[in-house]
Design a protein around this ligand. Structure first.
Ligand code: SF4
Ligand code: SF4
Ligand code: FES
Length: 213
């Protein structure tokens, strides 16, 4: 076909039609989309990867379910583990600097190198989020997280051991918990059961339960 282009994904040479996403190009070439694929909608971060900028050669990042094929592109998926599960209860978080520092003391180590910002495929200014959090500006830090797909790339590139997305997540959850006056912010198996109980309870019981949080 005249408008076919050639590119490489994960070392495989593929042909594709302009307008396809990288994942569509893989599927069109008979590659099974198992692993490194989740929502197919730019939300889960499972398909994150990198490629060299065609002009500068500098590394760029993108989501393969969103990024469109380009002739000569050389894309590699990035598998980045996010570390152990968070240990705190969101409803108990303190939306201030002492609270953040008690959970994330590493926040003060930020060297403002900008690596986390430059690597983010969603264009989130992760460094600004870290610096805001470390100054106690939690509402601003938490707001930055809105488009985050939890790909963990910002954590992977930080040489001083900061996970910017986790700092911003703390900020977001702490602010939400404060606004909700103790209402659980993140559903867990336990909170799901409590939610069911609250749905069946009378208003006085609900008020008492919330005040007890
Ligand atoms: S903030 Fe970090 S985890 Fe979130 S999308 Fe950007 S690089 Fe990925
Ligand atoms: S990569 Fe680490 S040290 Fe560099 S700006 Fe981001 S959080 Fe700070
Ligand atoms: S598959 Fe979920 S963001 Fe691409």
């Amino acid at each position: 076909m005249a408008d076919e282009i050639t590119l490489r994904i994960q070392g495989l040479t593929l042909t594709a039609t302009p307008g396809m996403t990288l994942l569509q190009a893989l599927a069109a070439n008979g590659v099974s989309l198992v692993g490194r694929v989740g929502c197919l909608g730019g939300v889960c971060g499972a398909c994150v990867g990198s490629y060299p900028d065609p002009e500068s050669g500098a590394p760029r990042t993108a989501l393969a379910c969103q990024f469109l094929v380009r002739d000569g592109l050389d894309f590699q998926f990035s598998a980045v583990a996010g570390g152990p599960p968070l240990a705190y209860r969101s409803a108990a978080l303190s939306a201030d600097l002492p609270g953040l520092m008690a959970t994330h003391p590493e926040a003060v180590r930020c060297r403002a190198c900008e690596a986390c910002t430059l690597v983010c495929p969603l264009g989130i200014d992760a460094m600004a989020g870290v610096l805001e959090a470390a100054q106690g500006r939690l509402a601003e830090a938490g707001e930055r997280l809105t488009p985050c797909v939890s790909c963990n790339l910002c954590q992977a590139v930080c040489e001083v051991g900061i996970a910017p997305q986790r700092l911003m997540l703390y900020a977001r959850r702490a602010v939400a918990a404060a606004a909700a006056k103790g209402t659980p912010v993140v559903a867990t198996a336990t909170s799901e059961a409590r939610w069911e109980a609250l749905l069946a309870a009378d208003p006085e019981t609900i008020e008492t339960a919330v005040e007890a949080e």
